[in-house]
Design a protein around this ligand. Sequence first.
Ligand SMILES: Nc1nc2c(ncn2[C@@H]2O[C@H](COP(=O)(O)OP(=O)(O)OP(=O)(O)O)[C@@H](O)[C@H]2O)c(=O)[nH]1
Length: 411
Amino acid sequence: MAAMANANADAATAKTGTTEEQEPGTRRTPVTILTGLLGAGKTTLLRGLLNGDHGRRLAVIENEFGDEKGIERLIARDQEGASVDLEDLFVELSNGCVCCAVKDDLVTTLEGLLERSNKFDQIVVETTGVADPGPLAGIFWLDEALESRIFLDGIVAVADAKNLHRHVDDPRKQAGSGVVNEAVKQLGYADRIVLNKTDLVDEEGLEAARSRVKEINALAQVHETSYSKVDPEFVLDVRGYTTISETSGHQLSALQRELLAQEPGQSAAVSEESGAAGSAAGGHKHEHEHDGECDASCESAHGRHDASITSCVVRVGSLGLNQAKLESWLGKMLWEPSGGVEIFRVKGIVNIASSDHVHILQGVHETFEIDASQEAWGSKTFPERDTRIVFIGRNLDVAALTTGLREEAAE
Ligand SMILES: Nc1nc2c(ncn2[C@@H]2O[C@H](COP(=O)(O)OP(=O)(O)OP(=O)(O)O)[C@@H](O)[C@H]2O)c(=O)[nH]1
């Protein structure tokens, strides 16, 4: 509990740019997105969290299937399981796309909920019925300028070790099949993966599940569980998207270690620790603008996917990059991808030629930001200028990404 209070105090401090004590009621509330296929163990995990002795008061927001086909109702439950009025927030989730029409509603409603109630320290959004957590992540990873009272803490995926292969390598959902593989996508977006139901597999089966998870997502920390028993901190204190000024030196070093642990140009091993990263206060995110309706790019976020989702790390050594060019290249990669490429998650340490400071790149779905950290190149943690970017996505071609970065983003 103490850790949480401190973390929130830090966040409030960073946001106002002062070291003053936070005003009561001004702290930002973390939002956790909980994803995973039916039966993987999400409810078991939630039950454990709601009954857990971690000191956080959780609001769980889940979809309630309504009478009308395709319409679900979001309800919140507090620690005692009592449902909390969400002002009849109805959201069309049937196609998994909440990125367009309901973005503002959802955020406003959650903020309203927080205004009215000091009952919650953290919100967990369970995404049953939403195959694709990407658009939700984009919604909750809000711009500092919005003065939002909520922030995205992390995406947690629960996977069933016994059935992982059956879902992830479903022959009906392979490359070129034109069918979305939700299981792969959920793992691809995750910051933390709870590899559950380990009691139902032998060591060989577990190893196979473990390595398949790592192939898909090299960045996420993975915890193997039976009955979703995890340390609450593992899923509730991810800080996966916090701004750099909210990020401790420890976390930044963790990100550095994480990136260093990855071999260039291939699917990488899962790191020991996941660091939070982001931008300095005052940085701004680059978002793909939608105009209220589901457009073609929105369609691509939930329409046709295959199972060719992996992670890779792109390195360009000491080559100095130009921030504007890098932003423009990333915008192109994220918003106008070609050749079947789709990037879910991007995270890295970047050498911007014009700056002495280590820059951090952070992106999810169609939103990204690059900003200076307080660390300078030449420090113990960052002795040499060196760019390392991890991409998680579909049809990634590490050679093409490296060439693109070299040719289009160099100073
Ligand atoms: N053997 C075994 N059973 C488990 C484990 N975790 C959960 N279960 C059981 O699996 C079933 C599904 O678990 P839930 O937690 O309801 O899964 P869920 O992801 O919430 O499922 P939906 O609500 O349908 O999306 C329940 O009967 C659980 O008791 C586990 O680690 N091992």
